[in-house]
Write a protein that binds this ligand. Structure first.
Ligand SMILES: Cc1ncc(COP(=O)(O)O)c(C=O)c1O
Length: 492
């Protein structure tokens, strides 16, 4: 079968993008109907006179966006459910829907969807996954958790039928305050702590109380998508500021208007650099003189392997300018959906109110279990164990990468749960390597296929590859890096 497609070889638009767009148009105009089999990548590449990889990547992207589906060895087919179908106004029921749309459309703020391109369907091909930001599933203290759940439930009394304090369970806030003092040098009264459903809810609360529509929010570039997307959804103006090897380029803020600054100083997301002490102090100075706040997202600071961790910005802050966000998603598991804010005194009231308006507080049982886990020393022991495991995995990864590729440019290996390899110019770009690895069952990640965003198309977008190492054993890491070396050799 030949597809009626022409491509322009001398266009500024890449061949891959042109193929993708043309195939998508054929599908949306119903020239290719659901269930139609597409030509094999080999035949299609001959028809178009392009490399087979160009077709493979274009097909992969169409699969990841839901237009095509792979059926085992039978080949590539137009998906049974096409994404645009749901949005196609001519085929949906007008009337009530149309009225609802016209009533609300003027007030809708942009809510960007955060899913990276590499969707679940492609992920099924991955056996050895360096996915970022996930603790090892085997590390979850399942037996202890079950025991604590049963114990807490048995003594729950009225706590399952009453509303609790929206700011969170007192015992948990006390335990978090003790942990932060010892681990991050933060001296926070339990009243300053608000238990939230992960960093994400924390960001929503901050946006709700501090960034009215039109206000400015500075973010690192590149950064975790969740941060700009949350603030944008409240109508704030997001301004990206570059990072370098010392973290946020604070000098770039000098002449700018007042605005909240969001940073990940312990392990910049996604690149991994640590913000230097001098930058931390400069940033605190700028924020103080501007009379605004820093939002410190300390998502994976529980893991530090080399050197001692720098005190959190919230620990250095003397003037109540830092809002600290912590999470148990990385240290225990994202399924818990528990994190916390540490806010300056003047924000205690508004933050509590905002949390109460959202959901009147987190569920009691989970909070009670985490409080006991922290207070009993279980959390400290758990962290000690997983730090050792992750350290060994990180070391194996570094060793194998260096063995296969020599003296390479690695960033962010001192801490956290992922590291970055900045590919040399002599290599193909990050997405090409990522997709070549995908065909070998190995998941590595470029900015475009991670929870990160690069607003300015920096060299990281093309060159940075991320490896989350907690979920693979040392043996699996050796195999995966071997396959990565084969992939790189094939790309030439
Ligand atoms: C930098 C950063 N901040 C926040 C989060 C989200 O954390 P939570 O699960 O607590 O919402 C993530 C998750 O990957 C992250 O990478």
């Amino acid at each position: 079968m030949q597809l009626p497609i022409d491509i322009e070889k001398r266009s500024d638009i890449s061949l891959q993008d042109q193929i993708m767009t043309r195939v998508r148009e054929l599908i949306l105009h119903r020239k290719l109907v659901p269930g139609t089999k597409l030509p094999s990548s080999r035949d299609f590449s001959k028809q178009l006179d392009v490399s087979r990889n160009t077709v493979i990547y274009a097909y992969d992207r169409l699969v990841s966006e839901g237009y095509l589906e792979v059926k085992g060895r039978s080949g590539m087919f137009v998906s049974a459910q096409i994404p645009e179908n749901a949005l196609n106004i001519s085929t949906c029921n007008v009337g009530a829907n149309a009225r609802a749309f016209s009533l609300t459309s003027k007030r809708l703020l942009p809510v960007r969807h955060r899913s990276p391109l590499l969707y679940q369907r492609l992920r099924e091909r991955i056996e050895l996954d360096f996915r970022i930001g996930r603790p090892a599933a085997s590390s979850f203290p399942e037996r202890l958790w079950t025991r604590l759940l049963v114990e807490k439930m048995a003594g729950s009394g009225r706590r399952m039928t009453e509303y609790g304090n929206p700011a969170g369970l007192e015992e948990l806030r006390v335990a978090i305050s003790d942990h932060l003092q010892a681990a991050r040098g933060i001296n926070a009264h339990p009243d300053q702590i608000i238990v939230v459903a992960g960093c994400e809810e924390g960001l929503n609360i901050i946006a709700k109380i501090l960034t009215p529509a039109g206000s400015t929010v500075y973010v690192e570039n590149p950064c975790y998508k969740g941060v700009p997307f949350v603030f944008e959804s409240y109508g704030a103006k997001v301004v990206p500021i570059p990072i370098d090897s010392e973290g946020l380029c604070v000098d770039r803020l000098a002449t700018r208007e007042r605005g909240i600054v969001c940073v990940t100083p312990s392990h910049q997301f996604p690149i991994g650099v640590t913000m230097s002490l001098s930058r931390r102090l400069k940033l605190l100075d700028w924020v103080n003189s501007a009379g605004t706040y820093i939002v410190e997202d300390d998502y994976d600071s529980d893991f530090r392997y080399d050197g001692s961790p720098l005190t959190a910005l919230a620990g250095l802050d003397k003037s109540g300018s830092v809002i600290y966000i912590g999470t148990f998603s990385k240290s225990i598991g994202a399924g818990l959906r528990v994190g916390y804010l540490v806010v300056p005194e003047e924000l205690i009231g508004p933050t509590r109110e905002a949390k109460a308006l959202l959901n009147n507080g987190n569920p009691w049982l989970e909070q009670a279990v985490i409080a006991e886990f922290l207070a009993s020393g279980g959390f400290r022991k758990h962290l000690r164990q997983i730090r050792q495991t992750y350290l060994k995995r990180r070391n194996t990864l570094l060793e194998q990468l260096r063995l296969r590729f020599g003296n390479i440019d690695i960033l962010g290996e001192e801490g956290g749960m992922h590291l970055t390899w900045v590919l040399p110019k002599t290599f193909s770009n990050a997405r090409a390597i990522q997709y070549e690895c995908l065909h070998r069952g190995v998941g590595i990640y470029s900015i475009d296929d991670s929870p990160a965003i690069d607003f300015d198309n920096t060299h990281f977008r093309e060159r940075a590859v991320f490896f989350g190492y907690p979920c693979l054993s040392e043996g699996e890491i050796v195999t995966a890096v071997g396959r990565l070396a084969d992939a790189a050799a094939d790309l030439g």
